[in-house]
Write a protein that binds this ligand. Sequence first.
Ligand code: NAP
Ligand code: G3H
Length: 464
Amino acid sequence: MIAKQFIDIKSPLTDEVIGKVPAMSREDVDEIIQRAKNGFKIWRDKPLHERVEYLYKVAELLLEHEVELTSLLIKEVGKDQKSAKSEVVRTADLIKFTADTAKNMHGQNINADSFPGGNKGKFAIIKHVPIGVVLAVSPFNYPVNLAASKIAPALVSGNAVVFKPATQGSLSGSFLAKLFIEVGLPEGVLGIVTGKGSQIGDYIVTHCDINFINFTGSTEVGNHIAKEAKMVPLLMELGGKDAAVVLEDADLDLTASHIVGGAFAYSGQRCTAIKRVIVVNEVADALAEKIKEQMKKLKVGNPVEIEGTLDVVPLINEGSADFVEGLIEEAKIKGAKLLCGGERKGNLITPTLFDYVTTDMRLAWEEPFGPVLPIIRVNSEEEAIQITNASEYGLQASVFTTNMHRAFEVADKLEVGTVQINNKTERGPDHLPFLGVKSSGIGVQGISYSIEAMTRIKSTVINL
Ligand code: NAP
Ligand code: G3H
């Protein structure tokens, strides 16, 4: 394959070109998918212990390249030093854990005689077999971790993978994928497709030789892919509007500290960021004050100028900053009370807190993917639940209360994939189930869940 065109990748921190990736054509995509199809026939027949060993080697190699990849992540997606390094280390752990898990997963044997009329001489042997060629599409915000969380479970199960990284993130994503290839995968088993999703995306997702799509990204693109892909099975993690529900008996210091950590890390560019606070009136004044106090501790700046830990960094591009600014301006016009922040310098938006946000404001419902947090005051627990559930999204929610009985009652009523009790919303650790309901996703990720999702059951029935 000889690419004719390239896409410049610029750093969101300096606007400098830091690398380029091929803008692949349909013919390139055909070739990569065909190679994956051929590679699959060899890979699926490898004994599991060989596939597992291979993942351990990738994890080791990744740690050897920690410094290089950390530096690339900082430049390409604007993470601070600490978050970038932690993404690399977390990913090595994820790959190792995937290998450990796959070794210990087993099939099943179902006896027919448990069903009325069944006899002892009949039983089904249930195996989990690979699906074929898995298309893995990752977003910009975790270019390494959200690539590995698809590639590793797909490969260990015997699938071939075609990996399409987000364009902003494709240098880091390709760096990781090349390590997978470098340790000696059979030819074609993992292929990398680069190019803008808007140009080449539809062609890949509708390709007749793609057998499964594992996608993480926005609800808008996820919806579009789901329509295009028709009968191809999907595993999708999409957008969110995670609520922190705060009841009158919450420990407000702990609550404020989790809310600020959850809302502003990596400038809120996380699907699981806390994106609204829903608090009962009795404690709203006190909570708002404590959140504002905690926000003073946030470190704000540009990772190329300040080494170490930063919470709020420039957003990924100008369009994202414009979008967040639009939400801020509308909330101001509609009468929300700005408690702090709201300023913009280039693509850096200062951590912003609004109180008295009402349900007629976009900020109450839309996912900013930026450092702006609305406080919505409610009269009761019931109203808090009603507003949480009125969102189109259903990724995660937090409940803050010191009454465990009440925490479980509220958790049961929330229409989300995961409820965190007295903690911020978050995906990790990576072996826990991670899923969104409503517009937040289809299916369940998390190491063993992803392995299961990317295999299918093959039943062979013995009749003695
Ligand atoms: P995005 O714009 O939806 O892009 C995600 C991926 O889809 C990118 O690789 C993109 O490629 C690709 N793509 C775009 N159009 C496509 C098409 N027609 N066919 C196939 N692929 C296509 O999302 P993002 O801006 O990278 O990430 C932010 C969003 O992702 C937020 O909404 C966030 O909540 C969500 N997210 C969710 C989770 C979760 O686990 N729930 C995790 C992280 C992020 P290009 O970059 O080339 O356009
Ligand atoms: O952006 C979405 C990620 O899946 C969030 O992961 O909660 O570990 O930051 P995280």
